[in-house]
Design a protein around this ligand. Structure first.
Ligand SMILES: [Zn+2]
Ligand SMILES: [Zn+2]
Length: 302
């Protein structure tokens, strides 16, 4: 990769550039995860460093954080929020169980009063940790949300109402949307990969057909007046968007199913189908990992 591209892709700060003159390129790579905080409204902001986008609410009664990335980014976020508010940490919410959204939970243990997630998310988090331990892989210490819900869930933080919605399986079988109802911001978790090939976790009950319906319900529920936060985006600036981005991602999923179904009907083998380098009609979708989309669609249509 050209150095210029590398720098712009990793979002290195000027400070890191200065540092790079004195250190090896390898340590610059380690340094590449400069964090970023952006306020979307007076009280709601987003944090990015490594892994799925975090959203937070600074309420009169305490701080609420949605997702936790990894332990180090979580600590950076906690330090930043302490500078912005003197209120205590109140609640941690997970959109779903994946490690890039929950590995930092441990940094909030003992700091928040409690953590909450969809029941399937916590079940998945426990299962994945058990499997990893059995396989001899080292994982960070887990903090499992002690509060769970199955359908809707609602919480009052000071004057602010927070609602969680579950519309069934999509990216996994435990993806909740977290709505800061008074601020008109909704965290979609990994139900939207903005212009980037999604991870479709079949082992955790992902369902592309239902995912399309989940996005319909989300658009019906949140409409055009909300800002939407996405777990991942190809362009780091586009982790926040509009209902149009939900429509575009839904279109990606629809075109993916149509393409794989047509190929199967034409008698192509899985190996042949997996050779595709783009999905016809949705060339806005890029990045690594088209194979995960093709493989998941093939499994679902077989
Ligand atoms: Zn993610
Ligand atoms: Zn995920």
């Amino acid at each position: 990769m050209k150095r210029r591209n590398f720098l712009s892709n990793t979002g290195l700060t000027l400070g890191a550039l200065a540092l790079s003159r004195y250190t090896s390129f390898a340590s610059v790579l380690e340094y590449s995860a400069a964090y970023n905080i952006k306020m979307l409204t007076e009280n709601v902001g987003v944090f990015t460093e490594q892994g799925g986008t975090i959203a937070f609410l600074l309420s009169d009664s305490g701080l609420v954080v949605v997702d936790s990335q990894f332990p180090d980014p979580a600590k950076h976020l906690i330090d930043e929020l302490k500078k912005r508010s003197e209120k205590p940490f109140d609640l941690l919410i997970n959109t779903h169980h994946h490690g890039d959204h929950t590995s930092g939970n441990i940094a909030f243990k003992g700091l928040v009063k409690s953590a909450v997630a969809h029941k399937n998310s916590v079940d998945n988090q426990k299962r994945v940790a058990e499997e990893a331990t059995k396989a001899g892989r080292k994982i960070v210490e887990q903090y499992y949300p002690e509060m769970t819900f199955e359908k809707d869930w609602k919480y009052k933080a000071g004057d602010e109402t927070i609602k969680a919605y579950y519309f069934g399986a999509g990216h996994t079988n435990g993806d909740a949307m977290i709505h800061f109802a008074d601020q008109n911001v909704v965290h979609m978790g990994d139900l939207v990969f903005n212009r980037r090939y999604p991870f479709i976790d079949k082992a955790a009950g992902a369902d592309i057909h239902n995912w399309i319906k989940v996005l319909d319900k989300a658009m019906d529920t949140f409409g055009t007046k909300n800002q939407y936060v996405f777990g991942h985006a190809l362009d780091p600036e586009k982790i926040v968007g509009t209902q149009e981005d939900l429509k575009a991602f839904q279109n990606y999923l629809e075109k993916l199913l149509i393409f794989v179904e047509q190929e199967m009907k034409a008698g192509k083998s899985k190996e042949e189908i997996m050779k595709a380098t783009s999905i016809p009609g949705v060339d806005e979708w890029k990045g690594d990992g088209i194979s995960r989309s093709l493989d998941a669609a093939y499994q679902e249509l077989s």
